[in-house]
Design a protein around this ligand. Structure first.
Ligand code: URP
Ligand code: ZN
Length: 461
């Protein structure tokens, strides 16, 4: 029997905080109580917070995209996640023409089984919608995949779903209780602008922002919310990044429309000003960071519970890969890193009094696990996996490429200082990071078969 006891920490739940000891047997939490007898591995957590390991429901590890492949594989990405207190990642697997969803799943599972250091689940990106896909989506549930993403953009990458397809998928998701996630940007408008700017000789990353500005995202958000309302079909908007779309989501929630919203820390920290920097290509992602009004709106959404989930959209590319677009912003691979930064960034907001620790746990752990049907993760409760973080609210850390673990070898978070420090990350009862030391192993991560989202049973709360 493998036993761990964590003594005298302050446990953070999605709605409260209290002091107690935690006992773990064979990777599962078995007791939370005062004065548990020390046994096995004993961790003194006096003065520290004991938090759930975070769940990142939006990563792109080993993603073939924009003519290349994202730089972090299942090993690099999960090592980085572990150092950032994340103990579960949900990776997006995009459908590939000529390959069944089941085969796509088997291919990534084989890779992740060898390399992942923490537990993982998959969503499918649906890029080719027809009767067969419908059947395959139903069968995906047997493989434990119960959520599906559609892109309203990336036509040139053969990833886009048109509005007819989107509506059919929303209807199908509702019928089968499958959560449909949407990447929302107006493709005709952004394609028109990309072409126009390029023809005019405007090739710098600033034009990446201008071609996909506030209006491009807001229009698509409004369409999605409208479809969700009229069809009464649940929808999860990924990486919301603009003020007008945020207002739309807020109003929709007030009216009881079944819309869930995710954002990512880069949209709380940076504005479109990054696209004027010398190293602007590092920040090229879609949707791009917007103006200050959007940054502030999203921060408000995080504070007032309008944003349900904080994810990362972790999709790093090396500088060499980014340089594919040195003469044309349209060729810069889209994506940024963040899996190591999200939980520390959000916990820093709690240390600084902008959020409560429970707010952070809800957005980074509890909601992601609950909304995506992952019952063993997301909170500290007897019977759940012992995925835990020991967090010291004292001190601070300044991010540099040297102390990060992405294979991209730079970080958009360079120079950002966060308050507090993750001292240990524990995955199913094993310490996998201790300060700067990695103690995990490739292949230790397990595949998580998920149930259907709780929102179909319980509604949005
Ligand atoms: O720029 C991004 N976000 N790249 C990853 C693919 C996506 O859009 O989610
Ligand atoms: Zn996306």
């Amino acid at each position: 029997m493998d036993v761990m006891v964590i003594k005298e920490g302050t446990i953070v739940t999605p709605y409260s905080m209290y002091q107690a000891d935690v006992k773990v047997v064979d990777g599962v939490i078995t007791a939370i109580a005062k004065d548990i007898e020390p046994e096995g591995t004993v961790i003194d957590a006096k003065g520290k917070l004991v938090l759930p390991g975070a769940v990142d429901v939006h990563t792109h590890l080993e993603l073939p995209f924009n003519g290349t492949t994202s730089a972090d594989d299942y090993y690099d990405g999960t090592v980085a996640a572990a150092f950032g207190g994340t103990t579960t990642v949900f990776n997006y697997l995009n459908q590939i023409k000529g390959e069944s969803l089941h085969d796509r799943y088997l291919r990534d599972k084989q890779s992740a089984e060898k390399k992942a250091c923490i537990d993982y689940a998959f969503h499918f990106g649906i890029t080719n919608w027809n009767e067969t896909t419908k059947q395959e989506m139903k069968e995906a549930v047997n493989d434990g995949v119960t959520s599906f993403k559609v892109y309203t953009t990336y036509r040139e990458d053969n990833m886009m779903m048109d509005e007819a397809g989107l509506c059919e998928i929303l209807a199908y998701g509702k019928e089968e209780n499958l959560l449909i996630c949407v990447h929302a940007e107006n493709n005709p408008l952004l394609e028109y602008r990309r072409k126009k700017y390029a023809e005019e000789g405007h090739t710098s990353p600033w034009y990446h922002y201008l071609s996909r500005d506030e209006m491009v995202e807001a229009q698509a958000d409004k369409t999605i919310v409208y479809f969700a309302e009229k069809m009464n079909a649940p929808v999860y908007i990924v990486h919301l990044a603009n003020a007008e779309g945020y207002e739309e989501v807020k109003k929709a929630k007030e009216k009881g429309i079944p819309v869930l919203a995710e954002t990512c820390p880069q949209y709380l920290e940076f504005t479109s000003d990054v696209y004027k920097r010398e190293d602007a290509e590092k920040f090229v992602c879609s949707p791009p960071m917007k103006g200050e009004e959007s940054r502030l709106a999203l921060r408000e959404g995080v504070k007032h519970g309008v944003i349900d989930v904080m994810a990362t959209d972790h999709c790093p590319f090396t500088l060499e890969q980014k340089a594919l677009g040195k003469d044309d912003f349209r060729k810069i691979p889209n994506g940024c890193m963040g899996v190591e930064n999200r939980y520390p960034y959000m916990l820093s907001m709690a240390v600084n009094g902008e959020l409560s620790y429970s707010d952070v746990v809800r957005m980074c752990c509890y909601h992601p696990a609950k909304y995506f049907g992952c019952e063993t993760k997301g909170s500290i409760e007897p019977g759940k996996d012992a995925d835990l973080v020991i967090f010291n609210p004292e001190g601070e850390i300044t991010v540099t490429a040297d102390n990060m673990h992405t294979k991209a070898e730079y970080t958009i978070w360079e120079g950002v200082t966060t308050s507090g420090q993750i001292e240990k990350t524990i995955a199913r009862g094993k310490i996998i990071t201790d300060g700067g030391t990695f103690l995990g192993h490739a292949g230790d991560g397990r595949y998580l078969k998920r149930k259907k989202s709780s929102i179909f049973k319980e509604g949005l709360k």
